[in-house]
Design a protein around this ligand. Structure first.
Ligand code: ATP
Ligand code: MG
Length: 246
């Protein structure tokens, strides 16, 4: 039981969720370490969504609303922290959730599938019943992607993703939106849009912007996309961290 007065209450609460997901067979051992790396960067950005990241989340919403076939690629960490938000976004946009795991086991796939089934997600891809094709030049169990999902998608959401996979998906000339607290990671650098924020704060805001712009003229959304520069976004994120040391 975490004391609510603890200054790191929120952070400890999410740590508890991570531990629970590990116990429930959703998160691999290394997922706990990845979370720790995220915590470090969250500490550095001040554990709040910066103005720069709010703007990036707005642009990410514009991408979701202007692309034909977006897919939400989820792993253990994303599921542990924001499965409800993922389900909400999937339902709102009527887009599939595709499970992709670095350390894929049939049990973990089943456990994650059960989470999204319970939350009412209609199309869950990447399960063992799916038809797969390999991601070019990517080895290991995370290489196969669903033929109906990521393979055909024009926009892939890959929060908390490893750089290898991000690079290979970006090489397919699909738009990539990701959430990564580390603005220096390869995932951050190779994506089309990198939201440098904690996924627990970014997802509700993303949903808010999707709601806000869902009836908006497409040309206005495309104009916001045109004016966006991911390199500049990452520079801003790095400068926001540097400012905290001054
Ligand atoms: P890369 O492989 O892209 O160069 P990496 O090896 O650091 O970087 P991984 O550990 O493979 O990346 O992937 C996890 C990434 O997710 C880390 O960059 C980490 O900062 C980030 N991360 C972890 N937890 C969160 C979170 N709650 N919100 C946002 N990002 C997170
Ligand atoms: Mg990595």
């Amino acid at each position: 039981m975490i004391n609510k007065d603890h200054p790191r209450y929120q952070s400890l609460l999410y740590r508890e969720k991570i531990v629970e997901a590990h116990k429930n067979g959703i998160l691999a051992d290394s997922g706990m370490i990845a979370h720790g790396r995220g915590e470090t960067f969250d500490y550095l950005i001040g554990e709040k969504t910066t103005d720069n990241s709010k703007n990036t989340i707005e642009v990410a919403a514009c991408y979701f609303l202007t692309r034909k076939r977006p897919v939400l690629s989820v792993n253990g960490n994303t599921t542990a922290l924001v499965s409800e938000d993922i389900a909400e976004l999937s339902k709102k946009l009527d887009i599939p959730v595709e499970i992709n795991l670095y350390y894929r086991t049939p049990e973990r796939i089943k456990n994650i599938e059960a989470v999204y089934e319970k939350l009412g997600v209609k199309e869950i891809l990447g399960t063992d019943d799916d038809d797969f094709i390999d991601t070019p030049d990517l080895n290991g169990p995370r290489s196969p992607v669903s033929i109906e999902g990521i393979n055909k998608a024009d926009l892939i959401f890959i929060p908390l993703e490893d750089g290898d996979r991000a690079e290979k998906l970006a090489a397919l000339k699909k738009d990539i939106v990701n959430v990564d607290l580390n603005p220096l990671s390869r995932t951050a650098i190779t994506s089309t849009v990198t939201i440098v924020d904690n996924i627990v704060r970014a997802m509700p805001l993303l949903i808010e912007y999707v709601n806000k712009y869902s009836e908006c003229d497409k040309d206005i959304l495309l104009e916001k996309i045109k004016n966006y520069d991911n390199r500049k976004n990452l520079d801003n994120a790095i400068h926001d961290i540097i400012k905290r040391f001054e």
